[in-house]
Design a protein around this ligand. Sequence first.
Ligand code: URA
Length: 235
Amino acid sequence: MIRLNKYMADCGVGSRRSCDKIIAENRVKVNRKPVSELGYMINEFNDTVTVDGKKITPKNKNVYIILHKPKGYVTTVKDEKGRKTVMELVDVKTRVYPVGRLDYDTEGLLIMTNDGDLTYKLTHPKYEVTKKYIARVEGDITDSQLDELRRGVVIDGKKTAPAGVTLLEKNDEGCKIELAIHEGRNHQVKKMFEAIGKQVVFLKRTEMGEIRLGGLSRGKWRYLNEKELNYLKNI
Ligand code: URA
């Protein structure tokens, strides 16, 4: 939520003080309702603001969303094989791009934005943003295999950094494991399990730093909230 006069200033209407004047003159509507109250707060992502009947929009505003990517979608803008892309799932006016990749058959949390600096920070290992995944593997898994994952395994000729590993479930069909890593190597989770002789049959990303998928339904997206944006700005 931000003050209406700040939003108007961000849209290039004028200084905050001159925007207050315009508000007091009854020339502003929020979602078609006249607003003349100074200090009025709006949701800058969802509310529609008009001045003298004309819609105003912020200049060069960065947009940040989180998508629950379903499996069966590629994380690119266009796919040369004609497969569905995550772009088809988000209907925001500003073009936003995926931050990092999830495999075609992986589901879960995907941040999308037009903020290139943030994309860099979230994907570069030096910032050590922890990504959490839930993986399901077939068959049993031993404590020593879990320890191997924790210590790091060699994939593509290089050892992975220490990882957080928690066994969540074990039954006749297989095991469910939570993995917390901060690198973002190609197919990293699947390759880490391959390195200990296990095949991932289901993979879902649930967290990136303090951004959590929570109860967001598969295929749905939402704007990041203020708390999440503050976290991202302070990485
Ligand atoms: N690791 C993988 O193997 N696949 C993903 O999609 C993400 C992390």
